[in-house]
Design a protein around this ligand. Structure first.
Ligand SMILES: [Zn+2]
Length: 88
């Protein structure tokens, strides 16, 4: 069992967290025509890197989203960064 640090609540059991997506992924501009292939790639294609990865996670009890930089090989969490400027 792993424990992750929520930037707002502190160290918590991994079961309280959900993966929300890759960090830095750009949503297609839906004001213009978006092809099915581009939309599908945005929704379902991930890079799935080996090693250092930068992801968005949500802590279910507080409903706050944050970036988690972790290593997929060692499972070490390197850093958690709040997406809100005022983590209080
Ligand atoms: Zn939290």
């Amino acid at each position: 069992m792993q424990r992750f640090t929520c930037p707002f609540c502190g160290l918590r059991d991994e079961r309280e967290f959900s993966f929300a997506g890759e960090s830095g992924k750009t949503r297609p501009d839906t004001a213009a025509e978006v092809s099915d292939a581009d939309w599908s790639a945005y929704l379902f294609t991930g890079t799935n890197p080996r090693g250092r990865t930068d992801e968005i996670w949500v802590h279910t009890p507080c409903q706050e989203y944050f970036r988690m930089i972790r290593d997929t090989v060692t499972m070490e969490v390197l850093e958690t960064v709040p997406l809100r400027r005022d983590p209080s």
